[in-house]
Design a protein around this ligand. Structure first.
Ligand SMILES: [Zn+2]
Length: 180
């Protein structure tokens, strides 16, 4: 059954990947084509992410994949009413996301819009560094650039961020999960 946003009644995009995945990847919002095609993480950027992770032996498809915004975000606007609507919508989206975060041990945040929400820092500042977040209880939280935001110069930063994430993930996987 399709889930509807309780605020605006638009359809929520389904999360992709195993429901019980230990890891989750969170981007800010679907691309227009992903939204219209109703398939999350189906763009060329998702392929870039998957390929980059695969180079380090990590399969994106074993991760839950979702967005902060599971429908296109409303205009933020300048009036009090617009701001209020945006905040109400945002709060609802964060509640949907909090349900997805239950029992995840590994969280990968993509892009500054997402890292600022959880870590109060830009993706560039924290790319590839294991972080502590008061809002995320997962033992391994990292962020890097969103592939959709990569321009010439930032490719290396993205690639390095993903490499470091994969190293940390593989280490976590082999030291923590195998034991339990
Ligand atoms: Zn809504």
């Amino acid at each position: 059954m399709t889930e509807l946003c309780e605020v605006c009644k638009q359809e929520l995009m389904e999360c992709r990947g195993p429901e019980k995945a230990i890891g989750i990847v969170i981007a800010y919002m679907p691309g227009i084509e992903e939204y219209e095609g109703k398939i999350a993480f189906s763009s060329a950027n998702a392929v870039i992410l998957r390929n980059e992770m695969a180079r380090h032996g990590v399969d994106l498809f074993t991760f839950r994949r979702t967005y902060i915004w599971r429908h296109l975000p409303p205009e933020k606007g300048r009036t009090k009413i617009d701001k209020g609507n945006f905040q109400q919508e945002f709060d609802a989206q964060m509640r949907y996301l909090s349900l997805e975060l239950i029992n995840r041990s590994v969280v990968l945040l993509l892009g500054t819009d997402v890292t600022e929400i959880f870590l109060d820092k830009s993706a560039t500042e924290i790319s590839g560094i294991p972080m502590k977040s008061t809002e995320l209880s997962a033992p391994l939280v990292m962020g890097t650039l969103d592939p959709s935001a990569i321009e010439g110069n930032s490719w290396g930063e993205f690639a390095l961020g993903i490499e470091k994430f994969c190293i940390a993930y593989n280490h976590y996987y082999h030291t923590q999960l195998r034991r339990s």
